[in-house]
Ligand binder design. Structure first.
Ligand code: ASP
Length: 312
């Protein structure tokens, strides 16, 4: 039977619309861009608008670097200096910005669903990329994690992977689990205190563990997460950061509980001495800076995909 052609993707809000070949295609494009290292100068410049309602170092600058390498012009929307402080609604802000005709809007917002809302307001006129919405999704983070794992391991066959920490509030975990499931990874473990684990891990294709040693046994890739204090809304989900470290903080000794040669990723920002020791974060068993580097390549690949292969 002839393959039904997929319509080109207009927005990247989650990994929902990407099957395994589409995911590999983005990772292959990112890897090709990485080996190419130089890019044709643009004939006419497109514009990327960064709309960050939540703080960011890595994601925001990664989009800036990715856009700059592709010859896009980058504009950063300054939330604090905008009419949002005068009470303008998100809808009016988005409509105003749409009227100025950016080509891509990258949005980060504390509300789950904000990126989908932005895509609805922007319509087909603008490509919207979700740079993290509440607890919900962070698709480009998942893509850079997948690229880093694939680079390091050569693929996903037989992979056992654990995510350690505040999975309940983590959009990074949700998007990554989705991508790993699509790529056929079956041994997915979530490790942390019960208050920070999802109540239905099976819906994410994963299993919960409250014991670190048990959860890490035989695992090759470990994703450490930051405690998302800003999303705990004052609830007392943990006695203290120190107790968390005692139970779940990763260091070289505990890495020994995982498979030989296991390595650690972390989406950042890291809290040294809480979820990961400084020695481990800075060691050759940590791929944290490789993730940062790959973030730029996958975001370039995503922009090319959304702009129809011709980013410049
Ligand atoms: N930078 C990631 C995010 O925005 C992870 C974190 O903040 O802990 O979700």
């Amino acid at each position: 039977m002839a393959e039904v052609p997929q319509p080109p993707l207009r927005h990247l809000l989650t990994l929902d619309d990407l099957d395994a070949p589409a995911l590999h295609n983005i990772l292959d494009t990112a890897a090709a861009l990485r080996s190419q290292q130089s890019f044709a100068p643009p004939e006419h410049s497109r514009t990327l608008l960064n709309l960050f309602f939540e703080n960011s170092t890595r994601t925001r600058f990664s989009f800036e670097f990715a856009a700059a390498r592709l010859g896009l012009r980058v504009l950063n929307f300054d939330v604090e200096g905008s009419s949002i402080t005068k009470g303008e609604s998100l809808r009016d802000t988005l409509q105003t910005l749409r009227a100025m005709r950016p080509d891509i809007v990258v949005i980060r917002h504390s509300s789950s669903g904000a990126a989908a809302y932005a895509a609805e307001v922007m319509g087909e006129a603008v490509a919207v990329i979700n740079a993290g919405d509440g607890f919900h999704a962070h698709p480009t983070q998942a893509l850079l994690d997948l690229m880093t794992i694939r680079d390091h391991r050569g693929g996903f066959d037989g992979l056992a992977l654990a995510i350690v920490g505040d999975v309940r509030h983590s959009r990074v975990a949700r998007s990554l689990l989705q991508g790993l499931r699509v790529l056929g990874v079956a041994d997915l473990r979530l490790i942390g205190p019960a208050t920070l684990l999802p109540s239905h891990p099976e819906a994410l294709g994963a299993r919960n563990f409250t014991d670190l040693a048990e959860g890490l046994a035989g695992v090759e890739v470990i994703i450490a997460l930051r405690l998302q204090n800003e999303r705990m809304l004052g609830a007392s989900l943990l006695p203290s950061a120190e107790e968390y470290r005692q139970g779940y903080g990763l260091d070289h000794e505990r890495l020994g509980w995982a498979a030989p040669g296991a390595f650690v990723l972390h989406p950042g920002p890291i809290n040294r001495g809480v979820e990961i020791s400084s020695q481990l974060a800075d060691s050759e068993r940590s791929l944290i800076l490789r993730q940062v580097e790959n973030g730029v390549w996958v975001r370039m690949a995503v922009m090319q995909m959304l702009l129809g292969g011709d980013a410049a």
